[in-house]
Design a protein around this ligand. Structure first.
Ligand code: Z5A
Length: 209
């Protein structure tokens, strides 16, 4: 395994079990003496967390989709330059709960914004930085929503219709197909034990390289 610090992201739709499995991935890496920081998007720095609150808060005024897209990338610029890049430069691995694949999936496929515009913003904000590995937890929309509905209060995204999440899921799967080297797609509809067995197998293969 090369000593280069890696940037790993975890993605998926509602109720897919990202939070649960992020902790599993962190422990898997730490058990192998990998110095890893765990962060998330939107958020990851105090200012970016404030922007996250803006994005998730339900309000009477419609959040214009283009304004939403620019706000997501504003948070990302802050997070990248103040957290992710400095950590990677110090040799720390970065495990991030969602990143730009979420923007393609939610703002692109979900809201119907131009994928070319998203690509332009991606290049502007990230320059050449892209995740090295993306674990995509995939679940049938209705099963995921049933799991997520157990949560106390739904935020602005969680209040969307089933068809919205179907589009988001399709977007993620399209991206995984187009970049199969970077993505590992995990069937998140299985029991937690089986999901984590598949994640461990995927990480094992990845760490061999
Ligand atoms: N967003 C965006 O639009 N554009 C962007 O560029 C970015 C984000 C970066 C916040 O994200 C919102 O931001 C997100 C998209 C938007 N909105 N949505 N929706 P977030 O990641 O913070 O929000 P989240 O999707 O709600 O993530 P989460 O908190 O990690 O939830 P989760 O994936 O559902 O994970 P969980 O809490 O671990 O699991 C849910 C429940 O299922 C829980 O009770 C678990 O115990 C249970 N669970 C987990 N695994 C299993 C299995 N295998 N079997 C049975 N039950 C299970």
């Amino acid at each position: 395994m090369s000593s280069k610090a890696r940037f790993i992201t975890m993605e998926g739709t509602e109720g897919v079990g990202k939070s649960t499995n992020l902790a599993f991935v962190e422990q898997y890496l730490r058990d192998r003496n990998i110095d890893v920081i765990v962060t998330r998007e939107p958020g990851g720095t105090p200012l970016a967390e404030e922007i996250r609150e803006l994005l998730l808060k339900k309000r009477d005024e419609n959040f214009d989709p283009t304004a939403e897209l620019l706000t997501v990338f504003a948070a990302r610029a802050q997070h990248l330059n103040n957290c992710i890049k400095p950590a990677l430069a110090k040799g720390q691995w970065v495990l991030c709960d969602r990143f730009t694949d979420a923007t393609y999936a939610y703002q692109g496929w979900g809201r119907g914004l131009s994928l070319e515009h998203i690509c332009t913003l991606e290049n502007l904000v990230q320059e050449t930085l892209r995740p090295d590995l993306t674990l995509l937890l995939d679940i049938e929309t209705k099963v995921g929503l049933a799991r997520a509905s157990a949560r106390a209060e739904l935020d602005r995204f969680e209040s969307e219709e089933v068809v919205f999440f179907d589009r988001v899921r399709s977007g993620y799967l399209e991206r995984a197909k187009a970049e199969s080297q970077r993505f590992s797609v995990i069937d998140a509809g299985q029991t937690l034990v089986s999901v984590q067995k598949d994640i461990a197998a995927s990480l094992f293969e990845y760490l061999k390289v």
